[in-house]
Design a protein around this ligand. Sequence first.
Ligand SMILES: [Zn+2]
Length: 251
Amino acid sequence: MTKRKVGPHVQRRSVVINIRNGREKVRKKYKSKMLSAFQEIADKEADAISKEANKILSERSDKKLESFINEFYNDFEPVISELFAPVGLKYAEAMRFIVEKEVDQELTADELAELIEEIQYYLDGAASQYVGYSKKFLLSALEKSVESVVERVESWRENRPEMAKDEHMTGIESLTAFSVVLMTGYRLKWYAVGKSCPICKKLNGRTVLKKTSFFNKAGEEFKDTAGSVAVFRQTKYPPIHKGCDCIVAAG
Ligand SMILES: [Zn+2]
């Protein structure tokens, strides 16, 4: 019996599967740490907001919750950073070793410092986005009723940690890969490997050579027959939408 030949497309597929499996080990190790960080964040905000809202409900005065929400979130960004940044940095560091192995290169001291700065910038941005999102949706819930605020913040306690964990594990992995691959002189390729990304197929196989965006503007080119999604931001790396599990790697 002759051995079946493996075509180039199959080889490429197995390379990307190896990459994904290698990174998955690191993801697995950090999953529960990342989840507990976001659970603690969601618990802190739900505890504080619900307590104040219930107090207001029993006193039947609904003027004060708006200023309480504003004041609470003014001080909440450093709380998020304190919980999320240490685990985020460690996870990025572990992912950095994996991506260095993928390209068989090591970052210089200067490149490493640049990467750490980029991760720090990402983590600060994530904390400020978290606060912005919370404030926006709680104040808009308050336009309906104080009860709606409690409903919203309690639903976050249940659902948001998992979503935040997924978004930021993919984000930090991708930012690390994006930086290491391009700093070491390789071309960066987008791979739509996950089941949840039919729309990302449009990006599959697209490459960049320097630190530029796969999309220049939010929303650009991001509609096809599979539907349309809201693009998170100027897209340099995944996730490009909620639940996106695309990867970027040398290619
Ligand atoms: Zn995707």
